[in-house]
Design a protein around this ligand. Structure first.
Ligand code: PRP
Ligand code: URA
Length: 210
């Protein structure tokens, strides 16, 4: 269940994000805009409950979201998507999972986790701009499943086919929403053409700073 956006505004912003000359300030703003539009697509089937609302003129039918929403950014880069999601879903609860890739093995290393209660009742959005080997996304989804999450969605900015396959094999029921499906991975596990290290580009840190 891979959804690749074709929205022209998203494609314009993905181009800004890919550009090596884009500053962190501009990068963060473009990532926020794309995240808002991705939520529009990734939220189009959220369950709703009907309700009555009194307008200044009369009563009519209205809708409220039927499920709690939980956002789980994968640290660090997923943080760049949270504010945009919260703008549209101000009642959402936010968990955090800390994962980084071991640069030699490319395996994810978990270093932090804090989640809202009763994840089984919520629609859980895992937010991470980059889906490369898929190791981090699969690890995040596994942790959340262990904490009870059942209705999970993965939202990414740029994905590699390898990462998509990895997630689809481990979690065939989890829809993936992405702004771009790229060609593949280089020998260091970076997405090509990609946009480089998303965390470094958002936070203006160098690749050797860990
Ligand atoms: C990046 C990215 C993903 C992961 C993707 O994080 O934000 O979490 O790599 O790669 P994968 O699909 O091969 O697992 P990174 O490990 O660079 O950590 P950082 O955000 O803290 O820099
Ligand atoms: N993580 C990133 O930030 N970028 C990639 O291309 C791959 C993993």
């Amino acid at each position: 269940m891979l959804h690749v956006s074709t929205h022209p505004v998203i494609q314009r912003d993905v181009t800004i994000l890919r550009d090596e000359h884009t500053s962190s300030e501009v990068f963060r703003a473009a990532l926020s805009r794309v995240s808002r539009l991705l939520l529009y697509e990734a939220g189009s089937d959220l369950p709703v409950k009907s309700c009555r609302v009194q307008t200044p003129l009369e009563q009519c039918e209205g809708s409220v979201l039927a499920k709690r929403i939980v956002l789980v950014p994968v640290l660090r880069a997923g943080l760049g998507m949270v504010d945009a999601f919260l703008e549209m879903l101000p009642q959402a609860e936010v968990g955090h999972i800390g994962l980084y890739r071991n640069e030699e093995t490319l395996e994810p290393v978990e270093y932090y986790g804090k989640y809202p209660v009763a994840l089984d009742e919520a629609v859980v959005y895992v937010l991470d701009p980059m889906l490369a080997t898929g190791g981090s996304a699969v690890a995040a989804l596994r942790v959340l499943q262990t904490h009870g999450a059942k209705m999970m969605r993965l939202v990414t900015l740029v994905s590699a086919p390898e990462g998509v396959r990895h997630v689809e094999e481990a979690f065939p029921e989890v829809p993936i929403y992405t702004a771009a499906l790229d060609r593949g991975l280089n020998d260091k596990g970076y997405i090509i053409p990609g946009l480089g290290d998303a965390g470094d580009r958002i936070f203006d840190t160098g690749p050797d700073s860990r």
